[in-house]
Design a protein around this ligand. Sequence first.
Ligand SMILES: [Zn+2]
Length: 195
Amino acid sequence: MRRCLDCGAELTSETCENCGLTPAEAEAVLRRRLLNRTAIYLLGTVAFLPAAHFYPPLELDAMFIFLGVASFVVVGSAVWIDFRARRQASVEALKRVCYGLLPVSWLLASLLFVNGRFDSAPPVVHTTVVVGKFSMPGMLRTSRLVVHSWRPGVRFERVPLSPGELDRFQKGDAVEIRVQDGLIGIPWVSAVQRK
Ligand SMILES: [Zn+2]
């Protein structure tokens, strides 16, 4: 059974009875839509970076991994849809995967922004000791201060810092980490200073 690449309706003749497009036209429409939507998704991942910079969540690394996996699936399925559409093969299942994940990047970026921007509760100050630090060069230029954790069952916290700040700290320093609960419950770091 062949399906229209644009609307997914079953094809009984050379023109889709639902949307009125020929298979070639439907393929062109599908490709343009796919390109636009993937671009909007990728813009969301770009919007995530300033949100994570201004209101860095304590679990930033886990969020990066999640966003990375989601982006891989979105881009991968978009490429696969394009590949199958060239052969006029069915793309409905792949479309559901790809389009279903599209809001993820914008959702995550806006959650982080709202969580930090409208969080008016006072921060909780945790005093701890620096165990190590590291920074990753490249486009993301992320820096982490590794400290003993104050949470039960967690050994270390990898506190996000801007790269310039990292030089202020040495291994063994006592530091104060100001953590905010976040408006929607995502703990984030508002300040790090030496004690
Ligand atoms: Zn159609």
